[in-house]
Design a protein around this ligand. Structure first.
Ligand code: SF4
Length: 550
């Protein structure tokens, strides 16, 4: 047991040899036994069950025989003009977070389902329904619609989308690499590519891998498929339609850091992605890509899937590790960083799915070839996801530095139905908003952050004039207050306070209180979630001319 462990339940489980994962498995399986009882059955304090059971949205929501998850996130809200949740409640005669008295139907509001291009969206059990007539689809008067994602590359050649748009098959480099190369060869190519994490933080992948290699084995690599940013659906696209590319990238990353265990963490809102990745893993074992003595190399690589249970913050790498360990998905203070002390105390690399899906192309074509894409300061490509309000919504792979206007007007075709563009949200709920006059900005972290926005996971959500600035502002505060993990009080208290203050007129006292909240969030929050809220709020206020948020 390491002194660096901070969670008391983790320490208890380690000291007495009990399995937190067994509790998590029963909760995920929908075991109706009281959660505290599940924990004590496994020799653990009741809190080891009641903690997670009261933290994750999928566990707290009541479940009827038919359970429906309706998306309340930005793209679906923009698509419906903000009425989608109320429409579904009225059609099904059940309120959010309630189960009908007959136990037949329950309704849960989630953020998001990865149908941002075709919303509003819902999952009926695991069956998707998407479109403006979502309520009719759910009542059975219309057929459920499950539109596919349009994919296009507007860059010199597809990289992340190579398997979808070209003949570049997966598993082309792995057998050769593991048989004939050294881990440092893969590391060198990824370093030469200057590949940065595409999940939002933008940390150089090779630096993370190099750091992990300085700590003793056994090491772990986790593919982060907890694509929580509403507006982005590239990870769902890749896991559902090209899971082999994700797994080959995961294998190459594991080889580079000399890890024998790898995990794909997939959000609970992506049931089909889980199904497809699990099938791809089984086939990869059959084909000798995983398992003992991979392709006769003498090396072992074991890969498994873990599921999320409804928590935005669980996409943050330390919260994700807590989730896998069976704890509440709260953020861990850093340092120690996961590369030193990650899953079960082992050195752990967490890379986003899109990042890993880029690695096979880099190894095949060379890091220098990838480094030529993009700008001198921020190179490479990124898959920008355009939301339903666009005339041509879809996933567009572009070079970093592509003007946002090119995405919005040329690729996206402007807004559908000649609607008037009021703003675009770039980089997820805590990214930022741009006005129509800001669209000449390049899609890069440096340019977007200069306007209070962020590249994030490169989701671009268009808002027309059916939603007011006050509606959008409340939406952001509500998202922040609902999804705050609660681990630190500046964010736990500040986001709820901000939501209340958003309902009040901007008197002198209210404006002062708002300023206090924003400053406290920025200065005192433990992780980027809380620290990003003020920038997101200020950018909404600036774009919509809302007073009293400074
Ligand atoms: S800033 Fe918010 S999300 Fe991050 S640790 Fe604190 S409470 Fe959790």
């Amino acid at each position: 047991m390491s002194d660096l462990r901070v969670d008391a339940l983790r320490r208890y489980a380690d000291r007495f040899g009990h399995d937190l994962g067994a509790v998590r498995a029963r909760l995920l399986a929908g075991d109706k036994t009281p959660a505290g009882q599940i924990a004590t059955d496994n020799g653990l304090p009741a809190a080891a069950g009641s903690g997670p059971a009261t933290f994750y949205a999928d566990f707290t929501a009541p479940h009827g025989r038919r359970h429906i998850r309706v998306c309340g996130a930005a793209a679906c809200t923009a698509a419906s003009g903000g009425t989608q949740v109320a429409d579904v409640e009225a059609a099904l005669h059940v309120s959010v977070d309630k189960c009908r008295d007959d136990g037949e139907v329950s309704l849960q509001e989630v953020r998001c389902l990865g149908y941002c291009y075709a919303g509003p969206a819902a999952l009926d059990g695991d069956k998707p329904c998407a479109g403006q007539d979502i309520a009719a689809q759910l009542t059975g008067t219309r057929q459920p619609q499950d539109p596919p994602i349009t994919v296009q590359a507007d860059c010199p050649e597809p990289v992340v989308t190579a398997g979808l748009l070209s003949t570049e098959s997966s598993w082309a480099v792995w057998p050769e690499v593991i048989s004939r190369s050294e881990p440092t060869d893969v590391l060198a190519e990824v370093a030469a590519a200057r590949l940065r994490g595409r999940g939002g933080a933008g940390f150089p992948a090779a630096r993370k891998w190099t750091a992990a290699r300085t700590y003793p084995q056994p090491r772990v690599v986790v593919a982060n498929g907890d694509e929580g940013d509403p507006g982005s659906y590239v990870d769902r696209l890749l896991m559902e339609r090209d899971p082999d590319r994700v797994l080959e990238g995961l294998a190459l990353a594991s080889f580079a850091v000399e890890a024998e265990q790898a995990i794909v963490f997939i959000r609970g809102e992506y049931p089909r992605a889980r199904e497809r990745v699990e099938a791809a893993i089984r086939k990869a074992y059959d084909d000798g890509h995983f398992g003992p003595n991979v392709h006769g190399s003498g090396r072992t690589l074991d890969v498994r899937v873990e599921s999320g249970a409804g928590s935005y913050v669980s996409g943050e790498e330390t919260a994700l590790l807590n989730a896998i360990e069976g704890l509440r998905g709260v953020v861990r203070p850093r340092p120690p960083y996961p590369v030193e002390h990650g899953l079960d105390g082992r050195p752990t690399v967490v890379n986003n799915v899109e990042t890993l899906a880029t690695v096979p192309w880099i190894v095949r074509h060379g890091g220098a070839a990838y480094a030529r894409f993009g700008t001198a300061d921020e190179n490479g490509t990124v898959v920008a996801c355009l939301s339903e309000r666009f005339a041509r919504p879809g996933a567009y792979e572009v070079e970093i530095g592509t003007p946002v206007r090119h995405l919005v007007e040329d690729l996206g075709g402007g807004l559908r139905d000649r609607a008037i563009l009021r703003s675009v949200q770039v980089g997820g709920p805590l990214g930022g908003f741009l006005s129509p006059g800001d669209l000449d900005l390049p899609l890069s972290e440096a340019a977007l952050s200069s306007r209070g926005a962020a590249l994030g996971h490169a989701g671009i959500v268009a808002f027309d004039d059916r939603l007011t600035g006050a509606d959008v502002l409340r939406h952001i505060w509500r998202f922040a207050a609902t999804e705050s993990c609660g681990e630190c009080s500046p964010c736990r208290v500040g986001t709820s306070r901000g939501l209340r203050l958003a309902e009040l007129d901007a008197t002198t006292d209210v404006v002062r209180a708002r300023t206090d909240v924003l400053r406290t969030l920025a200065a005192g929050s433990l992780c980027a979630f809380g620290r990003r809220v003020p920038a997101a709020i200020r950018s909404v206020a600036e774009v919509y001319g809302l007073e009293g948020w400074t």
